[in-house]
Each structure stands twice: as C-alpha cells, then as structure tokens.
Design a protein around this ligand. Structure first.
Ligand SMILES: Nc1ncnc2c1ncn2[C@@H]1O[C@H](COP(=O)(O)OP(=O)(O)OP(=O)(O)O)[C@@H](O)[C@H]1O
Length: 252
C-alpha cells in the first residue's frame, strides 16, 4: 500500500507533540529561539542540555503552563489553545516540594492522579484502589501509603509523584528530571519500568534528564535534533514493524 497526502498516517505515526518555530523569553532574556520538534506516537524522547538551556521552560510550554512568545504547539494534532484531553498526559515537574503541613496522605495523592477536573468528586471504586495499589507497589511506597506527603523525604515524595503520574496509564508521560534525589535501586527500577512501558504499552515519553549514560544507553549516542543547547535523543518503540501500514498492530 502506498500512502499519499490524502491517506491518514498509520496510527503509530501520529504526531503527539508538534513544536513549530517556538521562541520564548522571560522579560528581556530570550531562552528558546525558533525551536521546532515533533514527537510521534511511541517515541521516547530524551531531552539533554546544560543547566539553563531552557529544557524546563520547554516542558512548561508543552503542558500549557507558559505560552510561547512566538510559534505554535500542537498536542495530539490539536492546537494547544484548544486542547482539552489533559487526562491523556501525565506530567511530573521538577522538584516537587510539598508544604509540610499539607494534609493528604500518600495514597490520596496517588489516587488524585485519577481525577480530572470533571470527575473530581466522583467516588473511587475498587478498580481505582487496585490501580493505586499497583502504582504504589511499583514505586515502593506501599509501606508509607498512610503517611502524610509533607512528612516524607524529597526522594520519597518524588516516588509518590511518579506513582501519581503512572496510575492513569497516560498516552504521553512528560518527566522533568524524574529521578533526582531518588536512591539508586529505585532509579534503576523506574527506568526499567518506563522503558518497558515504552516498548510494550504504546506510550510516548518526553523526559528531561542529566543522566547521559541512561539516555544514551537507551536512546543512542546521536541526538536526532538539536536546538540551541537542547538535544533531543529519540527512540521509536518498534522501528522495524511500524512501517507496515497496519492500523491494528498498535492497538493490540
Ligand atoms: N520564572 C522565571 N523567570 C525568569 N527567568 C527564568 C524563570 N525560569 C527560568 N528562568 C531562566 O531561564 C533560563 C532557562 O531555565 P530552565 O529552567 O528552562 O533551564 P533548564 O535547561 O531546565 O535548566 P536545568 O538543567 O538547570 O534544570 C535560565 O537562565 C533561567 O534562569
């Protein structure tokens, strides 16, 4: 089968993030200049760059917390200004810091990953609690499920936020230095888990990291794109068979 502009792209080639000639300034300081980048479904994108090159700023624009000074961003094919399906996106910002007096428990914070704005008051069912238990198990926080989030160490809090992002099985998971402050064993388990999810569960990832060894190990040494000081290392989860124009294979 040949494809032309009138044929829809195979399912797993859909654009998930499209950044088109985006620039951003904080007052007079230009941080990002004319950046274009596209992530397709089932890409794992590792974002590398020195401190201050604008990686976090870029992620904040992608999740709608900052507006580009110029250029445009689309999510799942939709201009970000119109995009409403935020449940499809999990985001773990850099260095979450909780007010020590914040009253929620670990379990409540993880479960809150299932709420959307519309469903905030819905009752949690058995399936929801099972998902929560699974996510806590993976991030090794089951034993602290009833502790208050504000009383945990930074690394424990980060694990809670990762569990919260994973509970919904988002289509796109955006992670800003997710393993900073986490012990080596949990880091290794976490990377193993997300690489598995990428390989087998049809998820797309965008992750800022300073862990060059891990990024290059999984995504290869050569970045696919660069812009300013930011480098994008990309691996698609099934490079060989996704060329087959079979809409089914990514729906298994
Ligand atoms: N809220 C802000 N107001 C003004 N300037 C900011 C703000 N946030 C970031 N900056 C500046 O923008 C530049 C890019 O910051 P950003 O946090 O995006 O970089 P980064 O690549 O994520 O850095 P790091 O690797 O240290 O996390 C830096 O020079 C920073 O000082």
């Amino acid at each position: 089968m040949t494809s032309d502009s009138s044929t829809p792209a195979p399912y797993c080639h859909q654009n998930i993030i499209e950044i088109d000639q985006v620039s951003f300034s904080y007052r007079d300081q230009k941080v990002i200049t004319d950046l274009s980048f596209t992530a397709k479904e089932r890409d794992f994108v590792g974002v590398l760059g020195s401190n201050g090159t604008g990686k976090t700023t870029l992620l904040k624009m992608i999740v709608g917390l900052l507006n580009p000074s110029q250029g445009s961003i689309k999510l799942f094919g939709e201009p970000i200004q119109k995009f409403k399906d935020w449940e499809r996106i999990g985001y773990v910002p850099q260095k979450n810091a909780f007010n020590p007096l914040f009253p929620a428990t670990v379990r409540e914070v993880v479960l809150s990953g299932l709420y959307s704005n519309r469903k905030i008051f819905r009752r949690m069912g058995r399936a929801d609690h099972q998902k929560c238990a699974d996510a806590m198990e993976v991030m090794r926080i089951t034993d602290i499920a009833n502790k208050r989030i504000g009383q945990l160490s930074g690394g424990q809090q980060q694990r809670v936020f990762l569990a919260r992002a994973l509970i919904n099985h988002p289509d796109l998971l955006i992670l800003d230095e997710p393993t900073v402050g986490i012990d080596v064993q949990t880091q290794a388990d976490f990377f193993e888990l997300i690489f598995h999810m990428h390989a087998h569960h049809h998820m797309t990832f965008l992750m800022v990291s300073h862990d060059i060894e891990m990024i290059e190990g999984y995504l290869g040494k050569e970045p696919r794109d660069r812009s300013g000081g930011i480098k994008f290392h990309v691996r698609h989860s099934h490079d060989t068979d996704c060329e087959i124009p079979d809409l089914q294979h990514s729906l298994n």
